[in-house]
Design a protein around this ligand. Structure first.
Ligand SMILES: C[S@@+](CC[C@H](N)C(=O)[O-])C[C@H]1O[C@@H](n2cnc3c(N)ncnc32)[C@H](O)[C@@H]1O
Length: 215
């Protein structure tokens, strides 16, 4: 689901991800639209249905969740790749949606403590270099009682599928920093969120989480 770019000597993981996603940006919408049909169907709608108030979308990509946020929400989008962000800006303009886009790193969010009612992160904890640090930042910027909404592909519950994912990520981690055997739920729990809903679909390879920062 990404372009490829091997790590360069001395390059930070974030700088590498920025380079990977700048390269992947022009083809991303076409590529992900296919996977949305066969793998992630209904996931973006579900995020939108649960979002409320001041919404922060982390690793917002090309803004594919924007059409699903309800009227009355205000949306801020943070994204590492300027090329992905440029497409997201065009999408927001096309939708007539006023979005505060910020270039930034999920592991060091350019946002104040307790400043959002909802944090959304879709299809990105698989590629963010330190997902535990990113989830810690999501907790910091949420108000007490605020909602965390996640969607991602994760390690399968079926051993043969897991084995295939493990083999595949031997290539994709080196080529593009893309992981297939990560799991969001333990990170969410160890960051102290209360889990409200979880769902695993497609042989356990897709996980949807709705959790709340304790009041
Ligand atoms: C598979 S795309 C998903 C984009 C979008 N969330 C979606 O649902 O279509 C992964 C995105 O994560 C972004 N990303 C990777 N590491 C990041 C980081 N440390 N901080 C912010 N964004 C990051 C990439 O630039 C890319 O846009």
């Amino acid at each position: 689901m990404t372009g490829t770019a091997k790590a360069r000597t001395g390059e930070t993981p974030a700088a590498r991800q920025k380079r990977v996603w700048d390269k992947a940006a022009p083809g991303y919408d076409k590529q992900i639209a296919f996977f949305e049909k066969i793998w992630f169907g209904g996931g973006r709608e579900r995020l939108g249905e649960r979002a409320q108030g001041r919404v922060l979308e982390i690793a917002a990509g090309t803004g594919r969740n924007l059409p699903h946020y309800p009227a009355g929400t205000t949306v801020t989008g943070i994204e590492l790749s300027p090329a992905m962000l440029a497409i997201a800006r065009q999408r927001a303009a096309g939708l007539g949606r006023d979005v505060d886009f910020r270039e930034g790193d999920a592991e060091h969010l350019p946002a104040g403590d307790a400043s959002f009612d909802t944090v959304v992160c879709a299809l990105s904890l698989c590629t963010i270099p330190d997902p535990a640090a990113a989830i810690g930042e999501m907790r910091r910027v949420l108000v007490p009682g605020g909602r965390l909404l996640l969607l991602d592909h994760i390690a399968s519950t079926w051993p043969p599928v897991y084995a295939a994912q493990w083999l595949l990520e031997r290539i994709t981690i080196r080529a593009a920093g893309e992981h297939f055997t990560r799991r969001q739920l333990p990170l969410v729990q160890s960051a102290g969120f209360q889990v409200v809903e979880t769902e695993r679909l497609k042989a356990g390879t897709v996980e949807r989480i709705y959790a709340v920062k304790p009041a």
